[in-house]
Unconditional design. Structure first.
Length: 476
């Protein structure tokens, strides 16, 4: 795949003489400091499968310092009036990575490094094709063939990752057909999610259809997406919660409801993804678990005047209690979907474990409400919010429980509280020009007792978390 990307990049300048190419893309760098990233004060209780304490980084430091980048190059090649080839070229994992670290070279050999002149970020990051597909146009429909993204509703499950700081793209290797009939858009699709050995028992596929009614004159959008994902018995793409085995045969249905409307200055959006079916060997190799997970997300916005708007966000995202190995109920939203700068905003496990991704943070097992506001003045944009959240599933003494942060099943030795905390966020963005933006993001979390759970009779002492982030981004 990497050789194909290099060849394509080399050929694009030559092809541009024959075919018109429209270039789009984004690039951003940021620096983030998080005080008390583990949500607790350094203690003597060793982290376990059940505790909420992330394994500390070397030296047991309580401050995380991360400099990262995001990169995406999106050429569009117009072949003729009926066809356009589109692609997305990126690097690393999550459309970028950590500055000073290569995804392919994480260690530097000591030989020949006596003067400490070698750099780990030696340029060995490999380009990858996040998307590459042909878009065909006809009087009846528009067809996408190849690896392409999908966006639905608020992006809770299906997110194309088009925003500047989005790290992930929900992509399909398959075919999507978009039929437009007046105010109705009908989009059936079929995709190969994963292929191992080339038999049906080794494949994972997804197919379905979305219906969207979008009436601009009445400011109403109403739709439903139905999808079915099936995993062959020998497929290895998906593993059990602890990563020790594969799910095997599964048959999962997704029903994602979406509604949006506007009354004068008030806008209301609702998305409700519902997932059910047979998930497979989630907990062990002998029991096949059913799947029943859901989320209900409501977002409102009131345009007070041209400069100021205020709104409310409410969400309910199910978790799992692991009490019954015959069922699993945790919903994980797309990592692009954020509710705060700190809570579910980063992966604390990745600070001390370089095998994990810092950007893989999923909203799950939570009920939250957030009051937010936005003020715009010239080139400046200020956003503030207050978020309160609590966990839906917690550990109970003597019962089998599920750690959503570590994906571990354990038998609890103590009761866990459900308070995640109250978070205050403030974000400021300055538009240098129409392409370049500078941003400062801040967050302060009054950490709830949920994070003090140590799975022992003595809880860890929680610590309030403070985040400060500076970013520079360009979109073109």
């Amino acid at each position: 795949m990497n050789k194909i990307v290099v060849i394509l990049v080399c050929l694009l300048p030559a092809l541009s003489w024959a075919l018109p190419i429209d270039w789009h893309g984004k690039f951003g760098v940021d620096s983030t400091v998080i005080e008390q990233y583990r949500f607790i004060e350094n203690g003597t209780i060793a982290p376990t499968d059940g505790s909420m304490d992330a394994d500390p980084a070397s030296g047991a430091h309580d401050t995380s310092s991360v400099q990262s980048y995001v990169f995406s190059l999106q050429p569009e090649m117009i072949i003729n009036d009926a066809a356009t080839f589109k692609a997305e070229i990126t690097t690393g994992y999550g459309k970028g990575g950590i500055l000073g670290r290569d995804t392919t070279t994480n260690q530097v050999a000591p030989q020949g490094n006596a003067l400490f002149l070698n750099s780990e970020s030696s340029g060995s990051e490999q380009l990858s094709m996040a998307q590459f597909y042909l878009e065909l146009y006809s009087d009846l429909a528009t067809y996408k063939v190849g690896r392409h993204s999908k966006q639905w509703g608020l992006g809770a499950v299906y997110s194309s990752g088009n925003n500047l700081w989005d790290r992930h793209t929900f992509a399909y290797d398959g075919v999507t057909m978009d039929f437009k009939l007046n105010n109705f858009k009908i989009s059936p699709f079929w995709a190969r999610v994963n292929s191992g050995q080339l038999t049906r028992l080794n494949h994972t596929k997804e197919y379905g259809v979305s219906f969207l009614y979008d009436n601009v004159e009445r400011d109403v959008s109403l739709g439903v997406l139905y999808a079915k994902k099936q995993n062959g018995s020998n497929a290895t793409a998906y593993t059990a919660v602890d990563g020790t085995g594969t799910l095997g045969t599964n048959d999962v249905k997704v029903l994602d409801l979406y509604f949006k409307t506007q009354w004068n200055k008030l806008t209301l959006e609702i998305e409700a993804p519902l997932i059910s079916g047979t998930l497979g060997h989630v907990y062990n190799a002998t029991t096949s678990s059913s799947y029943d997970a859901k989320a209900i997300l409501v977002e409102t916005n009131y345009q007070w005047n041209e400069a100021l708007n205020i709104g409310l966000k409410v969400g309910h995202v199910t978790g799992d209690n692991a009490a019954d190995v015959g069922s699993f109920s945790a919903m994980y939203l797309n990592p692009n979907f954020k509710i705060g700068n700190i809570l579910f905003g980063y992966n604390p496990m990745a600070v001390g474990d370089i095998t994990q991704s810092y950007f893989d943070a999923y909203v799950t097992n939570v009920q939250y409400v957030a009051l937010h506001s936005e003020y715009m003045s010239g080139k400046w944009n200020w956003q503030g919010s207050v978020l309160y959240a609590k966990a839906l599933e917690v550990a109970t003494t003597g019962q089998q429980s599920f750690n959503h942060l570590k994906n571990k099943v354990f038998t609890a030795s103590a009761d866990q509280k459900d308070d995640l905390g109250i978070e205050f966020d403030f974000n400021s963005t300055y538009s240098w020009n129409s392409e370049i933006t500078l941003n400062i993001n801040m967050g302060y979390l009054l950490t709830g007792d949920y994070f003090g759970f140590s799975d022992t009779a003595v809880e860890n002492t929680t610590a309030n978390v403070m985040l400060l982030q500076f970013g520079l981004g360009v979109e073109f």
